[in-house]
Structures are given as structure tokens and as C-alpha cells.
Design a protein. Structure first.
Length: 200
């Protein structure tokens, strides 16, 4: 079944994901923050927590996650937006392993969960799991970098208006070309093939 859902990731979030995957010697995992935007979901941030990793699994420190959630709640963050789970397969391909599916099934507290698997070749695979009101899996959802930033554009627009003084564009009138009249030859006939003289 075709779907219109797309996942976007901000440039900074993408770079964080990229560098986390590349810098880790084995597998690595973390969480992220996303927001709905119409038929799309935008990943705003990628987060790393204390964890134990091997070439086959990652084990996130639940106390570190709980600390983050407590601090985020105190700052006014909607903790329901912590609905991205990302991990790497290091040098292997990108696919959903049995362990991956078990981990994804455990996120039933969320309305939905985005899962991303990446590797050191920067190949990615993304899916969205919906838990409420029905359990739905949407696999192979496109993951694109979101290059637009409305807040930054508005800030830049204001700055340009404040700092840049532009002269009004004046369109010049078209030039008036002199008229070319045919000249008469020595016998008084008009010479259309010869030269002409100009009159203004």
C-alpha cells in the first residue's frame, strides 16, 4: 500500500547521527526528538546516552534516560516527542533484526515511534510504528534532510531589511534609433541595395 508519509531530519540532527555512527567502533544507539508536520515527521534532534555496546547489541542506561526525561520535563518539554530510536549496524547492512523488532515492540507508551538503522557507509533504513489506536508498521519511509528553516529565514529577512539599503530599480526608456532612408543614385532612382544616409 502506498503512503505519503515522509521523514525529514534537520541538518544538525543528521550530522549528529552521522558522526555518532562513524565514531563508534561497534554498534551504537540512542533516541531522538521529532514533531509531526502534516503528512511528514521532522526529526529535530538526535541524542546519545550512556550505554554498553558490542558488535551485536547496545544496552542503553535506563537511569541516564530517566534523568534526561526528568530534566526535560522541568524545562517544559513534551516528553512524548522523544519518539525516535536510532542505532547502527556498524559495518553490516541495514535491516531489521529480530532484536530490533523486539526493541521497537517495547515502545508501546508512544503514539508512534520512528526507528532508524544506519551503518558506516551511511546507508539508512527508516520505519514508523504506530501503536494507537491500531498497531501499524510503515517500513522503508524516505529519510530526507530538511534544508528549510522558517525561523532562520524570518530572522534573515528582518536583518536584510535593517542593514541593506537598496536603490529603486529604474527601467530606462528604450533608445530612439535614427531613421534610415534609402538614397538616390545619380539617375534619381532609389538605391535600395546601396548605402543610405541617416536623418534624425
Amino acid at each position: 500500500m502506498e503512503h505519503k508519509l515522509k521523514i525529514y531530519i534537520t541538518p544538525t540532527a543528521w550530522l549528529k547521527l552521522k558522526y555518532y555512527v562513524l565514531e563508534a567502533k561497534s554498534e551504537i544507539s540512542g533516541l531522538g526528538i521529532s514533531k509531526k508536520d502534516g503528512d511528514s515527521i521532522v526529526i529535530k534532534d538526535i541524542l546519545l546516552f550512556h550505554q554498553e555496546c558490542s558488535s551485536a547489541h547496545t544496552d542503553l542506561d535506563k537511569k541516564d534516560i530517566a534523568k534526561f526525561l526528568t530534566e526535560a520535563h522541568e524545562k517544559g518539554m513534551d516528553t512524548k516527542d522523544l519518539n525516535v530510536w536510532w542505532h547502527s549496524h556498524a559495518d553490516m547492512g541495514v535491516f531489521w533484526s529480530f532484536t530490533d523488532n523486539e526493541n521497537i515492540d517495547g515502545f508501546i507508551h508512544s503514539e508512534y515511534m520512528i526507528s532508524i538503522v544506519a551503518n558506516k557507509e551511511l546507508q539508512t533504513l527508516a520505519r514508523v510504528d504506530i501503536y494507537d489506536p491500531l498497531r501499524v508498521i510503515i517500513d522503508q519511509v524516505p529519510l530526507d534532510i530538511l534544508w528549510t528553516n522558517n525561523n532562520l529565514q524570518a530572522k534573515i529577512k528582518k536583518e536584510v531589511l535593517e542593514k541593506v539599503k537598496e536603490d529603486p530599480i529604474i527601467t530606462p526608456d528604450p533608445p530612439i534609433l535614427p531613421r534610415l532612408w534609402p538614397r538616390k543614385d545619380d539617375d534619381g532612382f532609389l538605391d535600395h541595395l546601396g548605402g543610405g544616409y541617416l536623418i534624425s
